[in-house]
Design a protein around this ligand. Structure first.
Ligand code: B12
Ligand code: SF4
Length: 580
């Protein structure tokens, strides 16, 4: 056991862009809840003197998406403390190569390293044996942690501190209870590196559905495990003491959190009786509008934006991916319900289901633009993420998949498509962003926002970020931040470090070009917004998507797909029409 001090440096790694530079920003936009969870657990161990009364546990937490990691400084601080380790936290598959590159630098200095997160947990949960990257990590002397750490961090710290940790901790068969679980919490200085000072918490874990591309059900289970309303109040109060009242609630499907109502009631009470200025971003499924009171209470609790897993509008694709709960004939009603509550909607759309072709995708995006009142649509490649049933099936059958985990960011084609070539699939992805964020459609989105009383400033900001992130910065909006940083020396080891005389002039041009493109986009969007806002009667705008669904029929796209919706699927009876 160490004596005196034990310093733990937590790093949530980022990943590499196409040029091999770490994707990082002056300010990132979404907090890392994994970092908050692990930090909270270690802070609790520090407070309870888990390593004994003579050892002070010190903890630092960094999100590499908004912080340049000073590896030498971290090594020095651990050595000065006389002991400690580096924890690479919440490492997703696409971040595993970067995590290993950081780990190698620490291991060369003989600093102990542990890695946890979805890549390790997903592989351990689903694969018959460890994949080569995890085996390689163990060979480097890195400790792997599969499963959730609530209730067991003390044991882990003791074994790390004694210098005899196991090569791999596997708690996949033992999901901890969430009631009274430790709060996910970060120091204020970590939170303020996120634009808008958003913190996060998971009000629960697990989802009852069985989508085949999803890793969550195999790692966190299909049973809803949830925090109590008292604990959510505790998390909110602890953050509010530091001046933080905006939260990203990271439940993948908050509508299926069995405790959603007491939690929302408590947040409403905090807002309405005690004046807390709570703002929430939630993730929900497409059936949430059927839960009585859910949308209304979410809005009263401070929800201003929701992420909805639309995934696709083609019933064949949804059935193929076992996403049976998505009922396309109800989509419009669901979006209108959120709109009525003045909540902005983000919907995820997956490209590359086996029956997708460039033509059907183009057609479906046009249908969505015309018929569904969504603000932000975000596109993803269908990806066999380690931890998902899709990945396991391909792995077991030996189907080729991209060996470079850095590409598993849902922005790359990682395995072959049934009909599209890799290039065609990539073109479809680029075209989807162009098509949805065309100036015409940006205008429609803004018109709908003004007509529905949704904050036009908020919609302007979000639409501008979403339309520029991929097209200007070449990163998905979920990885976006403000002011990109590229550190010359922090490049993928497979690629050369560029001479400063070449790198810095290139960087200046790159920076100015990107800045100019943003300036032009902002100017164009602002002109659209100002023009619409100045039009008399803008608030009376109406189009097909804003019309309530009538009792006689749903939207046209339901007709289009009528012959593909299985009879047993609960759809309203429709006259089948030939697919376009
Ligand atoms: C919030 C979230 C985000 C946020 C923040 C990231 C974060 N990790 O907090 C944002 C929006 C940035 C994000 C982005 C992306 N995400 Co995300 N995200 C999530 C989400 C919904 C919640 C994460 C979370 O808080 N989990 C709860 C924590 C507590 O669980 P955990 O990370 O496993 O940590 C526990 C244990 O693993 C362990 N542990 C973890 N680290 C360590 C370290 C040590 C030392 C120890 C001892 C223990 C330990 O203890 C923790 C507490 O129990 C998850 C789904 C999910 N349910 O987890 C997806 C998820 C992690 N994301 C995923 C993906 C693919 C992405 C993206 C790549 C794709 C995309 N475009 O959405 C991007 C890109 C991110 C990037 N920069 O590269 C996948 C990852 C799958 C995989 N095999 O890699 C997930 C699982 C969702 C899915 N689609 O299946 N994401
Ligand atoms: S609804 Fe979302 S979280 Fe639930 S299984 Fe499907 S993809 Fe996963």
């Amino acid at each position: 056991m160490p004596e005196g001090r034990f310093r733990i440096i937590l790093i949530k790694p980022s990943h590499y862009d196409a040029d091999g530079y770490v994707i990082q920003w002056w300010r990132s936009t979404i907090p890392s809840n994994s970092l908050a969870s692990v930090h909270g657990l270690i802070a609790e161990c520090a407070a309870s003197q888990a390593l004994g009364p003579d050892v002070a546990i010190e903890v630092e937490a960094y999100d590499e998406c908004n912080t340049v990691i000073d590896v030498k400084g971290a090594i020095r601080r651990i050595r000065e403390a006389g002991g400690g380790f580096v924890g690479l936290v919440g490492v997703q598959s696409n971040q595993f190569p970067r995590a290993l590159d950081l780990a190698r630098q620490f291991r060369r200095a003989d600093i102990p390293v542990a890695i946890g997160g979805f890549h390790v947990s997903g592989c351990v949960a689903m694969l018959p044996e460890l994949p080569p990257d995890l085996k390689g990590a163990i060979e480097l002397g890195i400790t792997l942690y599969a499963g959730e750490a609530e209730g067991r961090m003390e044991v882990f710290l003791r074994e790390m501190a004694s210098g005899t940790p196991k090569p791999i901790y596997n708690y996949m068969d033992d999901l901890p209870e969430m009631r009274a679980a430790t709060y996910p919490i970060l120091p204020r200085e970590t939170v303020t590196r996120i634009a808008g000072h958003y913190a996060s918490f998971d009000a629960g874990r697990g989802c009852p559905f069985q989508c085949s591309f999803c890793t969550i059900i195999n790692v966190q289970g299909r049973k809803s495990r949830y925090r109590t309303a008292d604990d959510i109040e505790g998390i909110v109060r602890a953050n509010a003491e530091r001046g933080i009242t905006r939260f990203f609630v990271t439940d993948d499907n908050f509508a299926r959190n069995k405790n959603w109502e007491p939690i929302l009631d408590r947040l409403i009470e905090l807002r309405e009786k005690e004046g807390f200025r709570i703002r929430l971003m939630l993730q929900v499924d497409t059936l949430c509008h059927r839960i009585p009171g859910f949308i209304e209470k979410a809005a009263r609790a401070g929800c201003t934006a929701v992420f909805i897993g639309l995934e696709n509008i083609n019933p064949e694709s949804l059935m193929g991916a076992k996403k049976r709960q998505n009922k396309i004939w109800e989509y419009r009603e669901m979006f209108l319900a959120w709109r009525q509550a003045k909540v902005m909607t983000y919907a995820g759309y997956i490209l590359g289901f086996p029956t997708d072709t460039p033509e059907t995708i183009a057609r479906d995006i046009e249908i969505i633009k015309k018929e569904l009142p969504i603000e932000l649509l975000e596109f993803f490649f269908l990806t066999p993420l380690p931890g998902s049933e899709d990945h396991k099936n391909l792995f077991v059958r030996g189907v080729p998949m991209d060996p470079d985990m850095n590409n598993y960011d849902l922005e790359h084609a990682c395995t072959a498509h049934a009909t599209m070539s890799k290039e065609a699939w990539e073109r479809v992805y680029a075209d989807a962003w162009e098509r949805y964020y065309s100036e015409d459609h940006v205008e429609t989105i803004m018109r709908r926002a003004i007509a529905s009383g949704i904050s036009k400033r908020k919609v302007f900001d979000a639409v501008t970020v979403f339309s520029g992130a991929v097209r200007i910065e070449s990163v998905h909006p979920l990885q976006f931040g403000f002011v990109r940083r590229k550190i010359r020396t922090q490049r993928r080891p497979e690629l050369p470090i560029i001479n400063p005389l070449v790198f810095y002039p290139w960087r200046v041009i790159d920076f100015l070009t990107v800045g100019f493109k943003w300036w032009r986009l902002i100017r164009r969007h602002r002109a659209i917004m100002n023009r619409i806002a100045a039009e008399p009667g803008a608030e009376n705008y109406i189009d097909e998507a804003l019309q309530p669904v009538t009792t006689t029929g749903a939207a046209d796209f339901v007709d289009l797909y009528a012959d593909r919706i299985p009879n047993t699927y609960g759809a309203p009876p429709k006259q089948p029409v030939a697919a376009a």
